[in-house]
Design a protein around this ligand. Sequence first.
Ligand SMILES: *[C@@H]1O[C@H](CO)[C@@H](O)[C@H](O)[C@H]1NC(C)=O
Ligand SMILES: *[C@@H]1O[C@H](CO)[C@@H](O)[C@H](O)[C@H]1NC(C)=O
Length: 530
Amino acid sequence: MLEAGIFDVGVILHLKSLVGKMARTSILMAMEDFYAVHRNYTTKLVLHIRDSNGDNMRAASQAVDLLQNYYVRAIIGPQKSSEATFVSDIGNNSQVPVISFTATNPTLSSADVPYFLRATLSDAAQVNSLAALIKAYGWKEVVPIYEDTDYGRGIIPYLVDALQEFGASMPYRSAISRSANSDQVEKELYKLMTMPTRVYIVHMSSAFSFGSTLFTKAKELGMMSGAYAWILTDGIANVVDSLSPSVLDAMDGALGVRFHVPKSKELDDFTKRWNARYRQDNLDDPPLQLSIFGLWGYDTIWALAQAAEKVSMDNATFQKQQDIKNSTCLGTLGISTMSIGHKLLDAILQRKFRGLSGDFDLRSRQLQSSIFQIINVVRREPKGIGFWTAKHGIIQNLNQNGSEHTYLNSGPNLTQVVWPGEVSTVPKGWQIPTNGKKLRVGVQTSGYPELMKVEMDPLTNAIIATGYAIDVFEEVLKRLPYAIPYEYVAFHNVKGVSHGSYDDFVYQVNLGLVILNADWYKYKIDAHKG
Ligand SMILES: *[C@@H]1O[C@H](CO)[C@@H](O)[C@H](O)[C@H]1NC(C)=O
Ligand SMILES: *[C@@H]1O[C@H](CO)[C@@H](O)[C@H](O)[C@H]1NC(C)=O
């Protein structure tokens, strides 16, 4: 009786990675919790957990092994988008549902592979929230810095489209190879510094350790300072609580978008139990913060266990199909659980419930975007500064129960952001790359000092220019959409004796000097007086 109810399920994760470890603990807890609540169920999932070690081929061969030798009726995982490309095809060909709660590359979902589901969002879901931020701050150009993998590249076309909608563009794309060393990361950052765009979207998964190297290097090179804006996609933002203090320190001032998990008593309770359990499962590891991936893993088990029970109840002849296969190679891998596979898929698709992660609804073969939280890394802590919803755009607060319908303080207001370098003014996002060169602005004391007066600071030898013409000039610079670093160059010697005639002064334009000509005002005033 018990034997007949066994429902074999393969699990393929990268067990040494942060997300893999987190998910393993969540999945095991979900099994215990589910069957503690459903003691009378006639089926029971039996998990066969495998470590892909982050390797596509290994994930694929494990999927084949699980199907052929363990007759699994569903596969949970794999973890990475590139692994999912293979495993989803293998599952689809055998008509065995493959449910990944971490693979977010938008191109994975397609009507051609109906047996691939994801209990996570497609990366296409978050691009609108990223674009909304870019738009809200008035930035016109953005450079994505992403890992050069299926995952990293997958988001780019969607981001291009979302930016184009309001006329922003992507003048350059910075793809960082998986095999890059920190010198190569540094070289790439130097390259970015020579370009005018100062707004970066960092799209890397937590398994890709260069997220950490990137920020540490960027900080070393002075790119985590006032002129720059950094935005994290949810690849890093979803797990930002688990990053080491030194990495968070380097990220200070970055913005990020991440999936918003509604607060609940169940979640609080689970988080406490999870923390204790994770420590127990990983005695040698530092504590880890539970992230959304752990919750999606948990909810996936509940969805699958529920669907398994439904299928077995609906199917009187349900039994372990031992007789089906004895082939050993992929080419002859048959449709082992054909009738079950189809019914199981339907049962999962139709099962909609409120899980720990929020609404769990796979009817469109993936979770739908609901709400993204906007975070700002401030003094090593991710601080929530607002939300983005498809309906309302950027807003400051959700109501108490996080429902979609009623909002407080509607309208973009993200003024409390602390930007890189602990600056409170919004970076302009664009700077004429100078490599140390500044725009040289020639100035000369006017006949009317209230129009322009040029002095030299006796201590620093810096030129101090004041007066109406200077005020106007500086105001104009402030209003430009990009920053121009400049310095004043006096067109007279220290004693205030001009180096030459007015014509000589103007001639300096040919020598690369921009001239502020206060004497135009003088002329007008003289004429008026006359
Ligand atoms: C996936 O499975 C479906 C149904 O069995 C089939 O129609 C489709 O061609 C398969 N897709 C691929 C890419 O093999
Ligand atoms: C294994 O496959 C072979 C060839 O398809 C078949 O003749 C044989 O009966 C199968 N064995 C079992 C145990 O099903």
